[in-house]
Design a protein. Structure first.
Length: 193
C-alpha cells in the first residue's frame, strides 16, 4: 500500500480492479479546516484512457509490484507486437494500445525492457529519444531563419516537422513520446591515418 501523498510519476496502482500508471502528481496543501488534496493524472495500462482523480493525502492506494524482463521485438501483426524472451524463446503478444506511440520506432531485433504484472505485459519501456532516417522532404535550403520548419516523412511512416536544412536520407533524432524533432543525428566518423 502507498498513501496518496507519496505517489510518484511511474508508480503503478490498482483502483477498483483496473491498473493505472501515474503520469503526473501534484500535492496541494489545505487551509484551515480544508484538507489537502493530491491531484493526479493516470493512464489505464490496458485501455490507454486517461483519468484525473483527486485523492486525500492520507488515502491508501494499492501499489503493484512489477516484473521487468528484457525482450526482443520480432514483428507487428494485426494490432499486436510480438516480443520474445532471448533466454527461453517464449513469445508474448503486446497490444498496440499498450505499446503506444513508440511502435513506429520498433525494429526487428531491438531489445527493450517489458514490464509485467501477474504475467501480463503492461508497458514497453522505450528510450526517450530514437533515431530515424528521413524518407521524403523538400530539398534542403540554408535560410537565415532559425524558426522555419518543413514537413518530412520518416522511413517508419511518421510525419514530423524538421528544420529547412534537413535533406532526404539524413538521420534525425526524435522524441519517442511526442514524435517531435530534436536534432540531426551525428554520425561519428573516425579517420584512419
Amino acid at each position: 500500500m502507498v498513501i496518496a501523498s507519496e505517489l510518484g510519476v511511474g508508480t503503478v496502482i490498482r483502483i477498483e480492479g483496473e491498473i493505472y500508471r501515474v503520469l503526473e502528481v501534484e500535492s496541494k496543501a489545505g487551509a484551515a479546516k480544508m484538507g489537502g488534496v493530491v491531484k493526479t493524472k493516470l493512464i489505464n495500462v490496458r485501455s490507454g484512457r486517461l483519468w484525473e482523480p483527486h485523492f486525500r493525502p492520507q488515502e491508501k492506494l494499492e501499489e503493484l509490484e512489477l516484473e521487468c524482463r528484457l525482450m526482443e521485438f520480432l514483428y507487428a501483426e494485426g494490432g499486436m507486437c510480438i516480443f520474445m524472451r532471448p533466454d527461453t524463446y517464449e513469445q508474448v503478444g503486446v497490444s498496440s494500445t499498450i505499446v503506444g506511440p513508440g511502435e513506429k520506432f520498433l525494429q526487428p531485433g531491438m531489445e527493450l525492457p517489458v514490464e509485467f504484472f501477474e504475467g501480463e505485459p503492461i508497458r514497453i519501456v522505450f528510450p526517450d529519444v530514437a533515431e530515424a532516417r528521413v524518407a521524403t522532404t523538400a530539398p534542403p535550403s540554408h535560410s537565415h531563419q532559425d524558426s522555419a520548419w518543413k514537413q518530412a516523412t520518416l522511413e517508419n511512416g511518421l510525419a514530423i516537422l524538421v528544420p529547412l536544412f534537413i535533406a532526404p536520407g539524413e538521420v534525425v533524432r526524435v522524441e519517442v513520446r511526442t514524435g517531435r524533432y530534436i536534432e540531426r543525428a551525428h554520425t561519428d566518423r573516425k579517420r584512419i591515418a
